[in-house]
Design a protein around this ligand. Structure first.
Ligand code: ATP
Ligand code: MG
Length: 229
């Protein structure tokens, strides 16, 4: 399946157990997101939130149940089409040894320097451009980034990758309050018309969500609107 996605997600009765483990991390989880709908996923550490997100990007497949995107089961999606359909801000931002430009090209292969500079400015990383600019070498033998800087590179990538679905796993963890507010408004503005699944332990941004789901020990135990919970 290679068509551009609309962004409708249906998670149907999935269960997942990590290889070598006896206990299911996700147990019979179902969740539907209409195209453009915004859902927050909350729950205690270790309850399975990030695992669910990994299944959505097919890092692994569930042993039971299925996930459909625009009505088509994920295994039937071509890898490249799936990558074009979904943007992920993961809990840990992966960087590779390469220039700042190369680390951003991943998110937008047809991006030019001006686009990249703009994205860095948006996330408050303009100072990274001092000196070598986009040629600044990151990682081993280059500039070591702070946790907050890495995180903001992850956000810049999300802003550059214009996909109909945005998955965010604690995108502002480790950022100060003011920066968190700014980054969340940027992301939510960017995702205005996108389908959003937003994993968080915090309260910032929850008022912009259509649904809030509470997860516990691998199950979704409560569904509701911001005001109801
Ligand atoms: P947090 O809020 O701390 O990020 P989480 O809800 O995202 O937690 P997961 O990362 O999905 O939780 O982990 C759920 C459970 O699965 C935990 O018990 C964890 O130890 C286990 N787990 C996570 N990743 C793996 C893995 N690669 N192999 C085996 N077990 C794993
Ligand atoms: Mg997690």
């Amino acid at each position: 399946h290679a068509q551009a996605a609309k962004g409708e997600i249906a998670i149907e009765n999935i269960s997942y157990t990590y290889y070598g483990s006896d206990n299911a991390v996700l147990r019979d989880v179902s969740l539907s997101l209409k195209a453009g709908e915004k859902v927050a996923l909350l729950g205690r550490t270790g309850c399975g939130k990030s695992t669910l997100l990994q299944l959505l990007t097919r890092n692994w497949d569930p042993q039971q149940g299925q996930i459909l995107l625009d009505g088509v089961p994920l295994p039937q999606w071509q890898e490249a089409a799936l990558r074009d359909a979904i943007t992920v801000v993961s809990q840990r931002v992966d960087m590779f040894n390469g220039s700042l430009r190369e680390n951003l090209l991943l998110a937008k292969p047809d991006g030019n320097d001006e686009t990249f500079r703009h994205a860095l400015e948006q996330v408050g990383l303009a100072s990274l451009l001092d000196g070598q600019g986009l040629d600044t070498w990151l990682g081993e033998g280059g500039r070591q980034l702070s946790g907050g800087e890495r995180r903001r590179i992850g956000i810049a990538r999300a802003l550059l990758h214009d996909a109909p679905i945005l998955l965010m796993d604690e995108p502002t963890e480790g950022l100060d309050r003011r920066t968190e507010q700014q980054i969340m408004s940027l992301l939510l503005e960017h995702a205005k018309d996108k389908t959003v699944l937003f994993i968080t332990h915090r309260l910032v941004g929850l008022d912009k969500m259509d649904q809030i789901c509470l997860m516990d020990e691998g199950q979704i135990i409560e569904h509701g609107q911001h005001t109801a919970l």
